[in-house]
Design a protein around this ligand. Structure first.
Ligand SMILES: NC(=O)c1ccc[n+]([C@@H]2O[C@H](COP(=O)([O-])OP(=O)(O)OC[C@H]3O[C@@H](n4cnc5c(N)ncnc54)[C@H](OP(=O)(O)O)[C@@H]3O)[C@@H](O)[C@H]2O)c1
Length: 353
């Protein structure tokens, strides 16, 4: 039995108790895909039968979910997810990943009939304005359905925005959240809701507080190449002193490590080692682009517009520590700084024009 205290969360959530069930995974070595030990299968056909395989449902298969789904599929997992558009569903199905249409703007939750058959659930839909987490609107129904199913593992993708403004100080998971914006408050409430649900279900439960996510197709490099100039919002955000960010491949590493390590409500900051101003990141991206494709950017997108003190403190200035994910999950970042992350994005681009 593991007893774990969640720092900074409501007292009724702690202590959490969880008796880990054997999940049957092996940890992947760096750079190689992990394989589920439970995918032993039928010896006659050589194929694992679907009942014995680990099954991941990704609620909100967006940028992170899509990357993770590909990795899981290559590692022989059964993967499915949800999105809102039929076009996206069809595109993914061509790649062999089953999709369910689900819009949280409606209160209808028949999707749970599908979700409950999965062993693992990754929640990646952000809270809706004024409503909060869409699934937790009817938490009794969700609890009832999932209790009658196969769920063993639950992970909620959150955000470092829950810490609020810390005046640029370093914060770790022990720092009490103090969200200032409405969306960050809803995010914290969603974290609490999923942790509580995970405890009630008795399944391995974790929350990942993600920094600004970037990766192939979504990075300062892509922004500069696509638009040649930044939006006013991007220029304003550029003036923040520190922004914690994380490469999507590193998020996948953490997710993968978390599937192997049972948790009764662990919270992990998932960021790189190098919180840096966005302005610095865009300057570096520009340098990389000019080196690879000289003269391609005609108008430099600088200088940036600076935010007022109030705007900046509402957004929340802080540097987020990642030691916990390294110590507990044994994760070694593939991209410890935006420099190596952006470099790899540029190197892997064939022809972005
Ligand atoms: N972007 C960042 O820098 C950042 C930083 C910290 C945390 N986060 C959070 O981390 C999670 C993963 O990030 P991401 O960048 O992978 O997110 P993303 O690409 O925006 O994907 C979000 C997913 O949620 C689905 N979704 C959104 N609103 C929905 C609604 N009303 N009903 C049903 N589905 C809905 C989207 O559906 P469709 O596929 O149909 O669009 C998509 O599949 C998200 O919760 C995000 O808010 C993001």
């Amino acid at each position: 039995m593991v007893v774990f205290q969640v720092p900074g969360l409501s007292p009724e959530l702690i202590p959490l108790r969880f008796t880990p069930r054997p999940l049957g995974f092996s940890i992947r070595r760096r750079g190689t895909l992990f394989r589920p030990l439970s995918a032993i299968g039928d010896s006659r056909s050589g194929e694992p039968d679907s009942e014995s395989r680990n099954r991941m449902f990704i609620l909100g298969m967006g940028f992170v979910g899509g990357f993770f789904a590909q990795q899981l599929k290559e590692a022989d997992w059964l993967v499915s997810g949800s999105c809102r558009s039929d076009t996206k569903k069809k595109e993914w199905e061509k790649r062999g990943i089953d999709f369910n249409l689900f819009s949280a703007d409606l209160t209808e939750l028949s999707l749970l009939e599908t979700v409950k058959d999965y062993t693992h659930l990754l929640v990646s839909i952000p809270p809706l304005a004024d409503i909060g987490d869409p699934m937790l609107r009817n938490v009794e129904l969700v609890r009832e359905k999932l209790l009658s199913g196969n769920l063993q593992w639950l992970c909620y993708l959150s955000s470092t925005s829950v810490y609020g403004d810390c005046g640029g100080a370093w914060v770790d998971e022990d720092h009490a959240p103090n969200p200032k914006t409405k969306s960050a408050k809803l995010r914290l409430a969603a974290e609490e809701g999923w942790l509580r649900l995970g405890r009630d279900l008795g399944v391995s439960t974790q929350v990942l507080r993600l920094g600004g996510i970037y990766g192939p197709g979504r990075s300062a490099i892509d922004t500069l190449l696509k638009r040649d100039r930044l939006s006013e919002g991007q220029k304003r955000r550029a003036s923040r002193k520190f922004t914690s960010r994380v490469h999507v491949e590193d998020i996948c590493q953490v997710l993968q490590a978390a599937t192997v390590k049972p948790s009764s409500g662990e919270i992990y900051n998932v960021v790189d080692d190098d919180p840096a101003p966005r302005e610095e990141v865009f300057e570096y991206a520009l340098e990389l682009i000019e080196k690879r494709w000289p003269g391609i950017i005609e108008t430099k997108p600088f200088p940036f517009v600076y935010e007022s003190r109030e705007q900046s403190s509402l957004r929340g200035e802080k540097r987020v520590r990642n030691q916990h994910m390294k110590n507990k999950l044994g994760v070694k970042l593939l991209y410890p700084s935006y420099k190596s992350g952006l470099q790899s994005i540029v190197e892997k681009m064939d022809n972005p024009f």
